[in-house]
Design a binder for this molecule. Structure first.
Ligand code: NAD
Length: 492
């Protein structure tokens, strides 16, 4: 059995308490993937001290040179893409083609952020006084805790860590204890690429056991969290005045108007609802269809869904892998029971198949109504619900009738409908004639309402998350000049 370690101050070390845990393959829970260290407070303290010690040197190292290290990380990720993808499928279940995409996203963001090392733009602007120069520059925040979920075990940590590092911060990376092996592999590559000691530190452990200590540690200046809304609420509640960015869950809607290309929309629903076994913050878990197309849509979806094959993500024949763990399987099934009790009609699925892993049949409810729990709450599994509407206005009203606001999608050939959706859907992202899934690293990603707290990752906004803006005034007049006061004495 391979024993994986924590990474603190440039060294692979055991947890100081000696506590360990196992992670299994969710497609075959008898297969144990390794022994992992369960970090405790002492390990967190050591990691934070190392990151604080490394900060002055790393933040003074020129950003383009930091970018060169990020490019090496991208290069090593690309070289190892296939083995990393296979390791990911074994550990969290997503099918291999998606796991390759997850690694590719990490490569893309490392390359993109390497380029940011030659920008990190502030701006210049005129002064109201003569012989005075004004500009802004971006400064790192300090030691940042990057706390990540399991559903994108390479991509999400990379979105955070690459942006944090290019900006000159040092990092404590706390991955989900469901994907510790992917985390170790990512940090191994960062170490190999030449990230200096103390700049990246890996602590693994149950969120409830180590999370609070990490979040409240006085040396941590920023927290970048992606995960469940309730965990996010807890973190922001205890973090005090630290910089906290939250990327949380959602309840995304895919709208189909009467003028839509229906076959394209069906492709979009299958990908949006069942990709990654529905375990995406961007999952299409509500389908809002014009009443004229409902029957046809149900028929097409049923035909296509019945053909989907469940199994190990390593098999090229598999369309849908397992859920992450037994608790997730129970939760998803409980929502099938809730939906039936609420009066929605089960079009297909709704059962745990007789396979050894944590599988769940792709499940479609129809005749749902907007206030049902299956239409309001994040299920995080392969379950979606159909509701019929009269027109675009009702479709948008239902889209917005949830606490969340990450993604919306509309299928239509009518440009007025498309622009109405872009303008009125209360979401951070709107897709037109594309599914709810498909973020690209050079564009901002994040949600409104309870899907986050206003930050964005990716693109230039991804840099804002990890930097402070400093305003600089340079007065070369050689005399005392008073803003707002002396302007009346300035002559042409
Ligand atoms: P989770 O909230 O259970 O865990 C996320 C991380 O937080 C894990 O590393 C966990 O160990 C840690 N954690 C738990 N308690 C903590 C505490 N008290 N202090 C500090 N850290 C703590 O979420 P999950 O089950 O891993 O992920 C699924 C959720 O993530 C879903 O709600 C999904 O929508 C959301 N998600 C959002 C995005 C996005 O970008 N908006 C992307 C992916 C996933």
């Amino acid at each position: 059995m391979v024993e994986y370690k924590l990474f603190i101050n440039g060294k692979w070390v055991k947890a100081s308490s000696g506590k360990t845990f196992h992670r299994v393959n969710p497609a075959n829970p008898k297969e144990i993937l390794g022994t992992f260290q369960a970090a405790g407070k002492e390990d967190i303290n050591a990691a934070v001290d190392a990151a604080a010690d490394a900060f002055p040197k790393w933040s003074s190292f020129p950003a383009p040179r930091r970018g060169e290290i990020l490019l090496k990380i991208a290069h090593l990720l690309r070289e190892n893409k296939e083995s990393l993808a296979r390791a990911m499928t074994e550990e969290m279940g997503k099918v291999l083609v998606e796991a390759r995409g997850d690694v590719q996203e990490a490569i893309d963001v490392a390359e993109y952020m390497a380029g940011e090392g030659r920008r990190l733009f502030g701006y210049t602007t005129p002064s109201e006084l003569p012989n005075k120069f004004c500009m802004t520059v971006r400064r790192p925040i300090g030691v940042i805790a990057c706390i990540t979920p399991w559903n994108f075990p390479m991509a999400i940590p990379a979105w955070k860590i690459m942006a944090a590092l290019i900006s000159g911060n040092t990092v404590i990376y706390k991955p989900s204890s469901d994907t510790p092996r992917c985390a170790v592999k990512l940090v191994e590559i960062m170490d190999k690429a030449g990230v200096p000691k103390g700049v990246i530190n890996l602590v693994i452990g149950q969120g409830v056991e180590v999370g609070d200590h990490l979040v409240t540690h006085k040396t941590i200046r920023g927290i970048s969290f992606t995960g469940h809304r309730d965990t996010g609420k807890h973190i922001i509640g205890i973090a005090g005045l630290k910089r906290v960015s939250l990327e949380l869950g959602s309840k995304n809607a895919l709208v189909i108007m009467p003028d839509a290309d229906l076959d394209l929309a069906v492709d979009g629903i299958l990908w949006g609802a069942f990709g990654t076994t529905g375990q995406r913050c961007t999952a299409a878990s509500r389908v809002i269809v014009h009443k004229s197309l409902k029957k046809k849509l149900e028929k097409l979806l049923l035909e296509r869904t019945k053909k989907l094959k469940l199994g190990s993500g390593l098999s090229p024949k598999t369309d849908i892998g397992p859920l992450i763990n037994e608790a997730a399987q129970k939760k998803v099934h409980s929502y099938t029971e809730i939906g039936l009790k609420e009066g929605a009609k089960l079009l297909c699925g709704g059962r745990k198949p007789s396979l050894p892993g944590y599988f769940y049949e792709p499940t479609i409810f129809t005749d749902a109504t907007p206030h049902m729990r299956i239409m309001q709450e994040e299920i995080f599994g392969p379950t979606t619900s159909i509701v019929a509407v009269e027109d675009i206005n009702e479709a948008i009203e239902i889209t917005n009738n949830v606490d969340y606001g990450l993604v919306s999608s509309i299928y239509t050939q009518n440009i007025a409908n498309a622009f109405k959706a872009i303008e009125k859907c209360e979401t951070g992202i709107t897709y037109v004639n594309a599914s709810t899934i498909g973020a690209e690293v050079h564009l901002p990603f994040g949600g409104v309402k309870q899907s986050g707290n206003g930050h964005r990752e990716g693109g230039i906004e991804g840099i804002y998350e990890f930097t402070e803006t400093k305003t600089v005034y340079i007065d070369y007049s050689g005399k005392l000049q008073k803003a707002q006061i002396d302007i009346t004495t300035i002559k042409q």
